[in-house]
Write a protein that binds this ligand. Structure first.
Ligand code: NAD
Length: 273
C-alpha cells in the first residue's frame, strides 16, 4: 500500500512512492499540490533548493496537521552553493524555508566537477549533526559514485536518477544494488510522454490501469523508489493506485526492452549549470 517502505542502508525507512514538486510554483500552487498529496496518503515529498518552492512545501506540511515524524522530506543542495563552498549555509537556509529542524534526506543535486567530493564531507557533518536523517546523491553515474566510495566514509543512502523505460541503465542499477545504494527514479513518467508508448498502453489495457500506473509499478518491481509529479488531483490519486496488481516477468522484460538510453533531462556526464 501507499505506506509501504524500504529500509535504507543506515536503517531509515523511506516510502517506495513519493511526490515530486519540480516546476510547481511556490505559494498557492505548491501548497495546494502538497496538501492534496498528503490528504491522499502520500508521506514522502521531494523538493530542492533550486525548485524555489521550499516555503510552500513547508507550509503545506505544517498545515496538514500530520506529525512531522510521519512525513519523509527530501531536499537538495544546488550547484552554485557547492561551487561557492556554502553547502552548510545552504542547508540551514533550506531548513528555515521548510520551517523544520531536520530533513529526512539531503541530496547532492548534481555531481559538480571538482566539488562533489568536498561537498560530500560537508553532507557527512550535516548527517552526524542529526539534521538530515540520511544523505545521498542525485545524477551520479558509476565513476562519480566510485569517487565517493573511494573516500571510504559514509556510503550514500540514495542515488536519485532519471529513470524510465527509455533510460534503464542496468549497469548503474546493478552497481547501486551491489553497494547498498537505493535507486530513486526522477521523471519516472518521462515528463508525461509515457502515455504515448504503445507497449505501455497495451499492458495498461490488460490490467485496466493507465500507462502512468504501469510504469510506476515497473519501478516498484525493479525496487526503485519513484516520485511522480502532478499538480492535478485526479492524477495525484491515479499515481498512487499501483499496489494492487503485479506485472509478469515477461511484461517487465518487454518494458526493459524499450530502453534506448534516451534522456529527457541533462546528461550528468556533461552538464553546465
Ligand atoms: P514526471 O516524469 O514525474 O512527469 C510529470 C508530468 O507528467 C506532469 O507534469 C504531468 O504533465 C504528467 N503526468 C503526471 N501524472 C500523470 C498521469 N497519471 N498520467 C499522465 N500524465 C501524467 O517528471 P518530473 O516532474 O520531471 O519528475 C518527477 C520528480 O522528480 C520531480 O517533480 C522532482 O521532484 C524530481 N526530479 C529530480 C531531478 C533531479 O535532478 N534530481 C530532476 C527532475 C525531476
Amino acid at each position: 500500500n501507499l505506506n509501504s517502505y524500504t529500509t535504507l542502508n543506515n536503517g531509515l525507512k523511506m516510502p517506495w512512492l513519493g511526490f515530486g514538486v519540480y516546476q510547481i510554483e511556490d505559494g498557492n500552487e505548491v501548497q495546494n499540490a502538497v496538501s492534496s498529496a498528503l490528504k491522499l496518503g502520500y508521506r514522502s515529498i521531494d523538493t530542492a533548493t533550486v525548485y524555489g518552492n521550499e516555503i510552500g512545501v513547508g507550509k503545506a506540511i505544517k498545515e496538514s496537521g500530520i506529525p512531522r515524524e510521519d512525513i519523509f522530506l527530501t531536499t537538495k543542495v544546488w550547484n552554485d552553493d557547492q561551487r561557492k563552498n556554502r553547502t552548510l549555509a545552504a542547508f540551514q537556509e533550506s531548513l528555515k524555508r521548510l520551517d523544520t529542524d531536520y530533513v529526512d534526506l539531503y541530496l547532492i543535486h548534481w555531481p559538480v566537477a571538482g566539488c562533489y567530493q568536498k561537498t560530500w564531507k560537508v553532507m557527512e557533518e550535516i548527517y552526524k549533526s542529526g539534521r538530515a536523517k540520511a544523505i545521498g546523491v542525485s545524477n551520479f553515474l558509476v565513476p562519480h559514485l566510485q569517487d565517493i566510495l573511494n573516500l571510504n566514509t559514509i556510503v550514500p543512502s540514495i542515488n536519485q536518477m532519471e529513470f524510465h523505460p527509455y533510460l534503464v541503465q542496468p549497469e548503474l542499477l546493478n552497481f547501486c544494488q551491489n553497494h547498498h545504494i537505493q535507486m530513486e527514479a526522477w521523471s519516472p513518467l518521462m515528463q508525461g510522454h509515457i502515455v504515448d508508448v504503445p507497449t505501455v498502453q497495451n499492458i495498461a489495457k490488460k490490467y485496466k490501469k493507465t500507462p502512468a500506473q504501469i510504469v510506476l509499478r515497473w519501478d516498484l518491481q525493479h525496487e526503485v523508489i519513484t516520485i511522480p509529479k502532478s499538480a492535478n488531483p485526479n492524477r495525484i490519486i491515479e499515481n498512487t493506485q499501483i499496489f494492487d496488481f503485479e506485472l509478469s516477468q515477461t511484461e517487465m522484460e518487454e518494458l526493459d526492452a524499450l530502453d534506448q538510453s534516451k534522456r529527457f533531462g541533462p546528461d550528468p556526464a556533461n552538464f553546465d549549470f
